[in-house]
Design a protein around this ligand. Structure first.
Ligand SMILES: [Zn+2]
Length: 423
């Protein structure tokens, strides 16, 4: 018993040590001063930056700050989770308490990476070596205009990210200031006379590359969502939806059964929407009008629908008519149901659309060139789980769409994911 207690105590002490060491720095400190310099939270970094030259940039999913401390230049970056990003978006910059609220929100957030920028600063020798070069040489080497200039003496603040330098030029001609004065064009023919270090520039708080990579949404355009495969858990975090509305052609009269076509805001995945607009324009040139009828639907909305139906019509009816939440392809933002306009009349009832064979044949012939497939073809119910739906298009990208069309298969067959026949 005694031994066990001792081990427990030792473990507790060890844990405490680990926690203490982790505070203050992300890497193991080699000396006491290193430990004091690292920043584990944004609160620690903000406290250190106080009363020192500092700057910060707020991105939707990240906060990046840079500051000078005892001759060192620091960049501290923190990734924000969805909740933190939403809270940050909700802050009003014009609010008197903005700074205090921002500090309260950011302080507890863990730092993703802290780095010293000192090595990126040009040395005296490197600055001297620029004398005699032209402005064009600097621009070619990645220099950009900074935050100010004095045209009379040809003095400019220029930036070589992440720092700003004070650069003087020799140039005979007189320069005139104007609203559209372009620093970069102006310095191009000039010759560098002197370069002096100034401090941190705007580039210091640009989104660091290692975070940008994670910020890029990576949509899986071949995602399979059907009765056997639910929407992937992280789908909502990767998909970028855009709002879209229909333009109702002139002369088309809507009634209470179809005026949603004019008033609803439809949400569609960004690339799918772009492709749909191109398809729509191509068809319109041939006199065929298609409109958005039903697009993205969240899992939560589907759950609401399910309960509404179950309450009203009972479980059995609901099971036959409403897709189980999580299994509708409309959750992806990549599925679009269309309706058509023929002779100035909207056709949006399922049976009426199925009857319009000729028009839909022309539409289907163009789908693949825009990255869409007809998701529920005739006779495919055993594989897709759905009867023929000439109106339901699914974006998969042009390459896959052309292959699927050429092979004449369903998405399940193309992906080798045909469900096993039920006994
Ligand atoms: Zn549909």
């Amino acid at each position: 018993m005694k031994t066990k207690q001792l081990i427990a105590l030792l473990t507790a002490v060890l844990c405490l040590c680990t926690v203490l060491a982790a505070c203050g720095t992300k890497t193991a400190p080699s000396t006491a001063s290193d430990a004091a310099e690292g920043f584990a939270t944004l609160g620690e970094a903000m406290a250190a930056a106080e009363e020192h030259p500092s700057q910060s940039s707020t991105y939707h999913s990240a906060y990046v700050m840079a500051f000078e401390l005892n001759g060192d230049y620091w960049r501290v970056a923190a990734e924000l989770n969805d909740e933190q990003a939403a809270a940050l978006d909700a802050l009003d910059m014009l609010d008197d308490d903005y700074d205090a609220k921002l500090k309260e929100l950011l302080s507890p957030i863990a730092v993703t990476k802290c780095e010293k920028l000192n090595d990126l600063k040009l040395t005296e020798d490197e600055m001297n070596a620029l004398v005699g070069k032209t402005g064009e040489d600097l621009l070619n080497d990645g220099w950009t205009s900074g935050y100010g200039y004095n045209l009379e003496d040809k003095e400019f603040y220029l930036e070589k990210s992440p720092f700003t330098y004070f650069v003087t030029f020799s140039f005979e001609e007189k320069l005139e200031d104007s609203d559209d004065f372009d620093v970069e064009e102006a310095i191009r023919p000039m010759t560098v006379k002197s370069v002096a270090f100034e401090g941190l520039g705007d580039g210091a708080t640009e989104m660091p590359e290692y975070m940008e990579a994670e910020d890029e949404p990576s949509v899986d355009y071949l995602v399979l969502v059907n009765k056997q495969n639910k929407l992937p858990e992280d789908w909502e975090a990767t998909v970028e939806l855009e709002d879209a509305q229909n333009t109702i052609p002139e002369g088309v009269e809507l009634n209470e059964d179809n005026d949603y076509l004019a008033t609803d805001v439809f949400r569609v995945e960004k690339k799918a929407l772009e492709a749909f607009r191109a398809l729509q324009a191509d068809l319109e040139a041939e006199g065929i009008i298609i409109l958005l009828d039903s697009t993205y639907r969240s899992v939560a909305r589907q759950e609401e629908l399910w309960s509404e139906f179950e309450e009203e019509y009972g479980l059995e009816y609901t099971q036959n008519t409403v897709a189980v939440p999580g299994t509708s392809e409309h959750h992806t933002g990549l599925a679009i149901d269309v309706c058509i306009v023929k002779d100035g009349v909207v056709i949006n009832e399922n049976d009426d659309m199925i009857a319009e064979r000729e028009i839909f044949a022309k539409i289907h012939a163009k789908l693949a060139d825009y990255g869409f497939i007809l998701r529920f073809p005739e006779g495919g119910k055993e594989i897709t789980g759905y009867d023929y739906e000439p109106w339901h298009f699914r974006y998969v990208g042009v390459e896959a769409a052309r292959e699927i069309a050429a092979q004449g298969v369903t998405l399940e067959e193309y992906l080798g994911a045909v469900p096993e026949a039920e006994e």
